[in-house]
Design a protein around this ligand. Structure first.
Ligand SMILES: [Zn+2]
Length: 292
């Protein structure tokens, strides 16, 4: 596989030791070299060259709170919570989709982590146990309740995304909301009490009616839209090619050959479908399946 999936390759030192070291964290906050990520709501603010913009910590509002994203050499990097709540919804906007096509991979990884953390803070200002207000702790990698002292940590939702494979062909599907012609790997949330393998088999059966046996793990990716998901990419051996679609979940599913997937990945207009964009793990999974 060429490079890692999108949003992987985080380039900063996460400096976990500073999360328990308030003095060290405060020293980082006051370091004149400190930089804070520029955002527009949850969307990235981009330079004309399509890179992230970093502002000086010296110019940050005094009342803001900060998440320590990590260090590049000795220079601390932060994301800012301005206390006003975050504009925009949790889902991706067309603007962020365009931005991701130009962002260098390490910067996309930083942006993804910042987006997931900021979104989590914005929706966890009150304690899930007692309803009291919460405050940031652990350098922004957690919140603590002001009333009952319960500790809350950023939530990550595991999602399986997979190709079923049968007789040299792979199963791809499309949701009604996809742009015309786009197909991708099927996907779904892992449920409580379920292993990755069980989730893969259940989702394939529910959405496409395809019964599968052995499941192989391929790769994973943090996905910062709709919260903070961990996408777990797998390939499952189908026991039969028969498809029965759940129309509430997907609009269509079909078996495609390696040559057809290669054509889709190459952007060939004659391909039977359009492949997901390079920063999506389904793209990495399809590349892996064709042996790229
Ligand atoms: Zn509480």
């Amino acid at each position: 596989m060429r490079g890692g999936p999108g949003f992987t390759g985080y380039p900063l030192d996460r400096a976990d030791s500073l999360r328990k070291d308030l003095e060290g964290f405060n020293a980082a906050l006051n370091d004149w070299r400190g930089r804070v990520l520029a955002l527009s709501g949850l969307d990235p603010a981009l330079s004309p060259e399509g890179a992230l913009i970093w502002n000086s910590m010296a110019d940050a509002p005094i009342e803001a709170e900060f998440i320590l994203l990590g260090f590049e050499e000795e220079r601390p990097h932060f994301a800012m919570l301005n206390g006003e709540g975050i504009g925009g919804g949790p889902m991706r906007s067309p603007a962020v989709w365009r931005a991701l096509s130009t962002l260098p991979a390490p910067e996309a990884a930083i942006y993804g982590a910042a987006r997931s953390l900021l979104g989590w803070h914005d929706t966890h200002r009150f304690c899930a146990r007692c309803g009291g207000s919460t405050r940031l702790f652990r350098a922004g990698w957690g919140r603590r309740c002001n009333a009952c002292e319960a500790e809350h940590f950023p939530r990550i939702d595991p999602v399986v995304i997979m190709l079923a494979e049968y007789d040299g062909k792979a199963l791809v599907g499309r949701q009604a909301t996809f742009p015309p012609g786009n197909y991708s790997a099927l996907a779904g949330f892992v449920e409580p009490g379920e292993s990755i393998e069980e989730a893969v088999r259940r989702e394939l059966l529910e959405e496409s009616g395809v019964t599968c046996g052995p499941v192989r793990y391929v790769t994973s990716q943090p996905w910062p839209f709709g919260g903070a998901q961990l996408m777990i990419a797998c390939i499952a051996d189908a026991l039969s090619p028969d498809i029965t679609i759940d129309v509430d979940e997907i609009e269509d599913a079909m078996w495609v050959s390696r040559d057809e997937v290669k054509a889709a990945l190459a952007g060939d207009p004659a391909a039977p479908f359009r492949a997901p964009p390079p920063f999506a793990i389904a793209h990495s999974l399809l590349r892996h399946w064709v042996g790229d």
